[in-house]
Design a protein around this ligand. Structure first.
Ligand code: RB5
Length: 145
């Protein structure tokens, strides 16, 4: 189960990604927003990230205008490793090396075609593990304490 959330700036891109998820058999809960009216991305980020941290969802897909504001909010939620990405390589390696559990995309930055490729590779890439990456991710998480 995936947790989706956006503000108004990411709403249309979230809708396009939902079509991809529907066609490819992914289940998700959309924590809002539910239309293009202006709203505050930290509110939506919190709802989706709480669902990841408490185990209701495996990963979050988050959307705002740039992908940056919602990633900043997401990374304040303990247990979240959110990556704002605008290229395929970063979307892949933030899973492989950072074990990211939230992908943040900008509706005013990337088009739906690229966004869907990024979501696809993010969802199909496992954390590489191994000493180096495991140690580094643990050090990142220790910064929360
Ligand atoms: C909203 O206008 C915009 O600031 C927001 O979607 C996002 O880009 C913030 O980082």
């Amino acid at each position: 189960m995936l947790a989706l959330a956006s503000d108004h700036g990411g709403f249309e891109l979230k809708q396009a990604v939902k079509e991809y998820l529907d066609k490819n058999g992914f289940t998700y809960e959309d924590f809002g927003c539910f239309n293009g009216e202006a709203c505050d991305y930290p509110d939506m980020a919190k709802l989706a990230c709480d669902a990841v941290v408490d185990g209701r969802c495996d990963k979050a897909l988050l959307f705002c205008g740039t992908g940056i504001g919602i990633s900043m909010a997401a990374n304040k939620v303990k247990g979240i490793r959110a990556a704002a990405c605008s290229d395929w390589f970063s979307a892949k390696f933030t899973r492989a090396h950072n074990d990211a559990n939230a992908l943040c995309l900008g509706g005013r930055v990337v088009g739906p075609g690229l966004a869907i490729e990024m979501v696809d590779v993010f969802l199909h890439t496992e954390f590489e593990g191994g000493d180096r990456h495991t140690r580094r991710v643990a050090k990142v998480m220790a910064l929360e304490d």
